[in-house]
Design a protein around this ligand. Structure first.
Ligand code: F6R
Length: 250
C-alpha cells in the first residue's frame, strides 16, 4: 500500500509553485466548477503569482470556480488591511476572472461566531465539498489555524492563536505581534480531511523539522499536520530546503 501523504520534492520554491499552478489550471480545464480550499501566508504567494500568470497568458478560466479560505482573524472587518479576505483580493482574486460571489470567507466580525462557523460548514456542504484543499504549515505544525494541543476540533471553530503564530503574522499588522488578533476562526481538521485531495506546500528550512515529523512521526494532536497521514489522497509538495531532514537516516 502506498504511504500517505505522498512526498514530492522540487529544487526551488518556484518549481513547487509552477507545478501546483499548472495542475490547478489543468484541473480547472477538466472541471471548471472545481471547489478549491485556499491558504494565506508567505508560502502560497508564488503559487498565486503563477496562477495569475497562467490566467493572463493561457486564459485559465476561474469564472465558475468556487473557493473557501481556510481561516480568518476574529474581530477584523472584511476591508481591514490585515484580513485574509484583503490578502486574497490583493494576491489572487483581483487579478483573475473569479466571481466574487463564489469566493467564501469566514467572517471574523460576525456577531455570533458559533453561528458563523456553522454557516461556513453548511456552505462547504452546499458547494458539494472541497475538491482540492491547498495548505501551508506553521513551524509548530498547525494547518489552517488548528494549533497543537491535547485535542483538536473536528469542524470550523474559534481558536486562540499561539504566540508564535501571532509573531509570524505580524507583517500583516505593521510588524507588531501585539497588534495581531488573539483569536481566529478556522476550518477544523475534519473539514480539512474531508477534502477529496489535500496538498500541503512547505518551502524553506524553517519547515524542515516539522515536515520530517509529518512524514515519519506518529499521528498526534500536538502536530496537527500529522493527521494528513489519515487522508487517502494527501501530498506534501516540498522544496529541497524543506525536505532536508527527510534525507537523514531515521
Ligand atoms: C493561513 C494558514 C496557515 C499558514 C501557515 C504557514 O491561511 O492556513 O496554516 O499556511 O501558518 O504560513 P507561512 O506560509 O507564512 O509560513
Amino acid at each position: 500500500m502506498q504511504r500517505t501523504p505522498r512526498v514530492s520534492i522540487f529544487t526551488t520554491p518556484h518549481d513547487v509553485a509552477r507545478t501546483l499552478a499548472r495542475r490547478v489550471a489543468a484541473a480547472l480545464r477538466e472541471n471548471p466548477r472545481m471547489v478549491l480550499g485556499l491558504p494565506t501566508g508567505r508560502t502560497p504567494l508564488l503559487f498565486y503569482e503563477e496562477l495569475v500568470r497562467l490566467h493572463a497568458d493561457q486564459d485559465v478560466d476561474f469564472s465558475q470556480a468556487t473557493t473557501f479560505n481556510l481561516d480568518e482573524f476574529v474581530g477584523l472587518t472584511a476591508g481591514h488591511a490585515g484580513s485574509y479576505r484583503t490578502f486574497m483580493r490583493r494576491f489572487l482574486f483581483e487579478h483573475v476572472n473569479i466571481d466574487p460571489a463564489r469566493t467564501h470567507f469566514l467572517d471574523g466580525a460576525a456577531a455570533d461566531l458559533a453561528d458563523e462557523c456553522e454557516r461556513y460548514e453548511d456552505s462547504i456542504a452546499a458547494a458539494g465539498g472541497i475538491d482540492l484543499q491547498i495548505l501551508g504549515i506553521g513551524t509548530n505544525g498547525h494547518i489552517g489555524f488548528n494549533e497543537p494541543g491535547p485535542e483538536l476540533d473536528a469542524r470550523t471553530h474559534k481558536v486562540t492563536l499561539r504566540p508564535e503564530t501571532r509573531s509570524s503574522n505580524a507583517a500583516l499588522f505593521g510588524g507588531d505581534p501585539a497588534s495581531v488578533p488573539t483569536h481566529a476562526l478556522s476550518m477544523g481538521m475534519g473539514t480539512i480531511l474531508h477534502a477529496r485531495t489535500a496538498v500541503l506546500l512547505a518551502t524553506g528550512e524553517t519547515k524542515a523539522k516539522c515536515v520530517e515529523r509529518v512524514v515519519r512521526g506518529p499521528i498526534t494532536t500536538t502536530l496537527p499536520a500529522s493527521l494528513l497521514q489519515l487522508h487517502p489522497d494527501a501530498e506534501l509538495m516540498l522544496d529541497e530546503a524543506a525536505a532536508q531532514e527527510l534525507d537523514a537516516p531515521s
